[in-house]
Design a binder for this molecule. Sequence first.
Ligand SMILES: [Zn+2]
Length: 197
Amino acid sequence: MKHPILRISIYLLLVNFIWQCSSGKEDAFEEVEAEIEEAQLPSCVDYESVDQDDLSTYWNLFVEDVICSRGGPDYGTLNEQVLVRFVVQTPEQLASGVTPDHAGFSTFIGYCNNSVVDISVIRDYWEDYSAVQQLWLMYHEFGHDVYRYEHSSDPADIMWPSVPRSDVRINDFIQAKNRFFRRDFDGVSYIQCPSLD
Ligand SMILES: [Zn+2]
């Protein structure tokens, strides 16, 4: 006859072992899952290399990104005049209730001229954005100015008229940016410039 106490302790030992083993596995699984979730999609530029106080670093990043992702063209050479600057909303604009839906705007001078980039960013708005929202906004304006893109009707696209929510992730940006570079998003259309068409 087997000793009942011994049998119970072996059972407990076994249960304990199984429990530890499975809980260990779960932890490991969760860790792997978290790593997969946070792994940044591949890109040939470092999106953290920009300086939030110097908008020309966003232009340089964009130029480099087009060259290394798509093999060109070199928009840095094509655009002889690059005006990318911060502006302050005037008291008149504030008083009249003019609130742009995002911090940046491009002008006819830039998007209807292949050798000029002309983009303004309202500093007060800019400073409230996350790093990804700032990247998103600058690529959106380069989309108007360089590609002459019109707005998209899909919120997941860089050319959607508003900046995305503040919790937008770098991978959302990279995926949208890849479609944007390939000119591959729904309803892609172009600003008409009589002098260029
Ligand atoms: Zn726009």
